[in-house]
Write a protein of this length. Structure first.
Length: 428
């Protein structure tokens, strides 16, 4: 089912180019529609949001009560509640260990400098509705924000007839402050500009359909966003010691997301590549989303046979995958060679779904090669910093001439004057 490519300096480049091209498929019709929604909501406020909600979701935007969250929590199976609470605890612990603090210190000049760290005031979390409802995404987006000290977390989700109970229970577990039943690009617009009872936020995070993704991209700059997400992807580096059954299962776990998902194996063993292909065919036969997986693997899946693990690491860094699994005899030995990946999973017992749900690090990860410069969502994503500078006369005096020299070199005489007047050196 998957194409097997022998790396020769050209064949693997064709595969990499295809992966990049799949994420670049822009839909101009969607962009035009979303731009109109954003402009209309900006101009007309809540009435526009209400109109779009009735048009697209056939329901009024509304506040979801705390009682509804409690009822949803009580209605969920106990094993699901246990799993979500365990996941939330792990996410909380992971982010608390990453949390940076405000700090101040003496500069070489004798003044006091430092940095204030503050949580954002208000953050929005978008959660898809209907069949594409992901309670794990509620936890992964809201818990780090809570750890960061965000003052108010607003969750929005489409106003479906029956709101997903697991999503509402996850909101309760994560400590979301308000839940609003409003979705689509109109929800993004409302959180960007403010509309009636829907407040504007400083940052918007969370997955959505193509309209939501386009709206977030267009709103960026008026508010912050987590990232522009592309199709999901996994890359597995494996040698002859890997179990083909495990490798195939992990490739399929990403291929089932959608037909644009990418699942790639980099291996030093052609025999393993062929064994993995057989396992993919076998396992696909009993999995529920087989049609999606088959198309995904046919279009964007492959196994590339590399001459050695060094070449595999070089290709992995060039691809910069969302998820990177290293399934070799000594996975940690290859880790220093890895520069670009959203999340790295080491060894046969660290499958990608572990990171999706329970380990603690976030599953909101850079895609489409953006792991070259973007980082995973974390507590850092919900913090902002402010510089602190405090000098007294004794610490400013010895460096006044240097400040004046720099200011005059830039022809900013008022800057220079601001220093001179403090030492009675202003010009007559």
């Amino acid at each position: 089912m998957i194409q097997i490519v022998i790396a020769d300096g050209r064949a693997e480049r064709v595969v990499i180019s295809a992966m990049r091209a799949r994420a670049a498929q822009a839909n101009q019709a969607i962009d035009r529609s979303v731009a109109e929604i954003l402009d209309t909501v900006k101009e007309k406020g809540f009435e526009a949001v209400r109109g779009y909600s009735l048009r697209f979701d056939r329901a009024e935007p509304r506040e979801i009560s705390q009682a509804e969250l409690e009822e949803a929590y009580a209605a969920c199976p106990p094993e699901l509640i246990t799993a979500m609470e365990r996941a939330a605890a792990n996410i909380r612990d992971y982010n608390q260990r990453l949390l940076v603090k405000s700090d101040e210190w003496r500069s070489p000049d004798g003044g006091v400098v430092g940095r204030l760290v503050r949580g954002l005031s208000r953050v929005g979390v978008y959660v898809p509705g209907g069949t594409a409802a992901y309670p794990s995404s509620v936890l992964m987006n809201a818990v780090p924000a809570r750890v960061a000290g965000v003052e108010e977390i607003i969750m929005v989700t489409p106003p479906t007839e029956n709101l997903n109970q697991a999503v509402l229970a996850a909101a309760r577990i994560a400590g979301v402050d308000r839940c609003l039943a409003v979705g689509g690009a109109q929800a993004v617009a409302a959180l960007t500009y403010g509309a009636g009872f829907i407040p504007k936020v400083d940052k918007l995070v969370g997955p959505g359909n193509a309209y939501v993704a386009a709206a977030k991209r267009m709103a960026y700059g008026t508010l912050d966003i987590d990232m522009v997400a592309g199709p999901s992807e996994v890359l597995v580096i494996a040698d002859e010691s890997a179990d083909p059954k495990y490798v195939a299962a992990d490739l399929l776990s990403q291929a089932e997301h959608d037909t644009l998902a990418s699942a790639v194996l980099l291996t030093t063993s052609e025999a393993l590549a062929r064994a993995v292909d057989k396992e993919i065919i076998r396992q696909t036969g009993y999995l529920s989303r087989s049609a999606i997986m088959e198309q995904s693997l046919r279009d964007f899946g492959c196994a590339i046979v590399c001459r050695d693990l060094e070449q595999a690491a070089e290709l992995a860094n060039e691809i910069a995958p969302e998820h990177l699994e290293i399934v070799t005899k000594d996975p940690r030995a290859l880790l220093p060679a890895i520069k670009n990946a959203g999340a790295v999973f080491l060894g046969a017992w660290s499958p990608e779904p572990l990171g999706d749900y329970l380990a603690g690090p976030d599953h909101v990860l850079p895609t489409s090669g953006t792991a070259r410069f973007f980082s995973p969502l974390s507590v850092d994503s919900f913090l902002k910093t402010m510089s602190v500078i405090e000098y007294d006369q004794d610490s400013l005096a010895p460096i006044r001439a240097q400040i004046i020299a720099l200011a005059e070199a830039e022809h900013l005489t008022a800057h220079a004057n601001s220093i001179r007047v403090r030492f009675e050196e202003e010009k007559a």
